[in-house]
Write a protein that binds this ligand. Structure first.
Ligand code: ADP
Length: 385
């Protein structure tokens, strides 16, 4: 009775002050055995109300396995999936049979949706006589991130293998052609090309990791959108001239400011322009626009290139996705450009979308929240500055 009372008191206090998970797990762990001896048939007063306001997934089952109380997160985590999930019921049965707290890692498949798996670290303990309280630490997001990281490392290794293999073959070829200066020059040129590709890939990997690590608005400055666009165009000038492509842009009517990191925003816009130039035919036109739309600013990059098939329009933002790997590799793309744009823009609280029709070209649109310009400094401050 005393322990149950303490549990109730601690639960109420602990959860109300927001230390829900830690408190309940500690209590469950400490009281696992003792509770069996000291428990009463009654539930700790107010426990249902406490569970229902919890942010973590939690459910309290009565002796027949019927839920008496559940937190809102219990359904999201799959503890309650129509009824109580059979795997959750099985843990509750084990707790009742053994009379001890049970901790278990679960990969819970949603009923009727076997592709949806929640990765839960469950703790289940007896409460009252034969009631069982189950709380879950939902680790699905961190498991997903681990998988993404593993995939990324595998992809990077794969992408590096081709140019590294080529470098070593070319080195051998140069060695065996030492007496033939024309051959040596040819192989050396290709060696330079592979080295350039490796440098580009490494640079893109660094940019991507920077863009992914962006803390929204951390280290932010007020950035002028027209200056970002002008710098991004300048960075692509040589490539555009080489293909006889004109890059047109018009100054916006008003001064557009966003809060963020200048260099990252330039990289994002420059990547879109680089693609527009890269995938467009010679002597075509690329247009870069910027305009205010309500509380946002939109930066658009439009080309007259081949366009992107509808089924690929979502996928082009994935890392290492290339519509035509062979062709894209020839044009020197790493497959990371749009992924960098997506993360850079998301890190600024914005988004990116594409409109495209095969044969008619593509328009990529970056949307960023507008920032308010600070009030102009007083005249005398300027005079003393
Ligand atoms: P890449 O380095 O291959 O250009 P991106 O992430 O920048 O990588 O682009 C991914 C793929 O999306 C490209 O390989 C290409 O197939 C397609 N793509 C991107 N921009 C355009 C565009 N403006 N026009 C046509 N296809 C494009």
């Amino acid at each position: 009775m005393e322990t149950a009372g303490l549990v109730a008191l601690a639960l109420t206090l602990g959860f109300v002050v927001g230390a829900g998970l830690a408190t309940i797990l500690v209590i469950a762990a400490r009281s696992g055995r003792r509770m069996v001896a000291a428990q009463s048939a009654a539930l700790p007063a107010g426990i249902e109300a406490v569970i229902e306001v919890l942010e973590i997934p939690a459910v309290l089952l009565d002796p027949s396995g019927t839920p008496v109380a559940a937190s809102a997160g219990a359904s999201d985590a799959g503890l309650i999936d129509g009824g109580v999930h059979p795997e959750v019921l099985a843990i509750a049965d084990q707790v009742r049979a053994e009379g001890e707290t049970v901790r278990r890692e679960l990969a819970l498949r949603r009923l009727g949706r076997p592709d949806q798996v929640r990765h839960l670290r469950m703790t289940a303990a007896l409460v009252g006589a034969r009631y069982v309280l189950l709380v879950a630490d939902d680790r699905s997001e961190s498991v997903r991130l681990d998988e993404v990281r593993r995939d990324f490392v595998a992809n990077v290794s794969h992408e590096l293998k081709t140019p590294i293999g080529a470098v070593s073959l070319l080195a051998e070829a140069i060695d065996s052609a030492a007496d033939d200066p024309a051959q040596v020059r040819r192989f050396t040129a290709r060696l330079g090309e592979e080295a350039r590709r490796l440098a580009e890939l490494t640079q893109d990997i660094i940019e991507l990791s920077r863009a992914q690590g962006l803390e929204p608005l951390a280290g932010s400055d007020l950035v002028r959108v027209d200056e970002v666009v002008a710098t991004a165009i300048e960075q692509n000038r040589v490539a555009a001239v080489a293909k006889g492509i004109e890059i047109a842009s018009r100054r916006p009517k008003e001064r557009l400011l966003v809060l963020g990191q200048d260099a990252m925003l330039v990289t994002a816009v420059a990547n879109l322009i680089a693609n527009a130039v890269q995938y467009s035919p010679e002597r075509s036109r690329v247009a870069v626009g910027m305009a205010r739309r309500g509380d946002d600013v939109e930066i658009t990059v439009t080309d007259q290139g081949p366009g992107i098939p509808e089924e690929e329009q979502e996928r082009v933002f994935e890392r290492f996705f290339r519509s035509d790997p062979a062709r894209s590799r020839n044009t020197g793309g790493t497959g990371l450009g749009l992924s960098i744009v997506k993360h850079a823009v998301a890190g600024h609280g914005g988004s990116i979308r594409v409109w495209s029709r095969p044969g008619s070209g593509s328009t990529f649109t970056i949307v960023l929240p507008l920032a308010e310009a600070p009030a102009a400094p007083a005249t005398h401050e300027r005079a003393t500055a």
